[in-house]
Design a protein around this ligand. Structure first.
Ligand code: GAR
Length: 215
């Protein structure tokens, strides 16, 4: 059983998916702390409702990114967390922070990385005319939305999709793959080799692969 901290900035539906997964006592992780850089967000309520300790570390209270990241680091160490899940955490973490937690930070991003890093992913996918998009859980490296990929799920784009319908379909898949990815990492099944994640026990993983179902 590993203690995990979840970092959020907003609504926290991915946090909720992780909270729900952790209610299964066979799940190999437990959420020890939820940190938000924004006060008053719904994700904090979700954590409190689940009895999980919360902290607001407001980046606006710090004079530099480094000072904010140091405060985060301190809170994370204090919580005893061995892993960090970024769940809609909309702050860039500096390289020093990321290197302190090398291969211990997971992030979820609403595109099939390395396509469409950054913001407005669904608008850009529609604009580019791609037929599939999706979501990715990856280990975080110092580049934005970059790092070894743990799991992806693909979503078919229909001609009548707009950014909102697409975001909703992708979000549904996010809630499936984030707990799966955390489970793999917490069970020690992932190994980072260069820029790739090797997963021990391929049969186990193939049961998790999500196939797009064109509608
Ligand atoms: C999710 O779609 C997540 O993938 C995205 O923010 C949303 C947060 O929703 N994250 C990023 O874009 C990070 N680059 P949530 O607060 O309901 O989990």
């Amino acid at each position: 059983m590993i203690d995990v901290a979840v970092l959020i900035s907003g609504g926290g539906t991915n946090l909720q998916a992780l909270i729900d997964a952790c209610t299964d006592e066979t799940f190999p992780a437990r959420i020890a702390l939820v940190i938000s850089n924004n006060p008053g967000v719904k994700g904090l309520e979700r954590a409190k409702k689940a009895g999980i300790p919360t902290k607001v570390i407001n980046h606006r209270d710090f004079s530099s990114r480094e000072a904010f990241d140091d405060k985060l680091h301190e809170a994370l160490v204090e919580s005893g967390s061995g892993l960090i899940c970024l769940a809609g955490f909309m702050r860039i973490l500096d390289a020093r922070f990321v290197n302190r937690w090398k291969n211990k930070i997971l992030n979820i991003h609403p595109s099939l990385l390395p396509s469409f890093k950054g913001l407005h992913t669904q608008e850009r996918a529609l604009e580019a005319g791609v037929r599939f998009t999706g979501c990715t859980v990856h280990f975080v490296n110092p580049e934005l939305d970059d790092g070894p990929i743990i799991i992806q799920a693909a979503v078919a784009i229909n001609p009548d999709d707009d950014a909102d319908t697409l975001a909703a379909k992708v979000l549904t898949q996010e809630h499936i793959i984030y707990p799966q990815a955390l489970k793999l990492v917490a069970e020690g099944r992932t190994m980072v080799e260069g820029s790739r994640v090797i997963i021990r026990d391929a049969d186990y993983v193939s049961q998790m692969v999500i196939n797009p179902k064109p509608e």
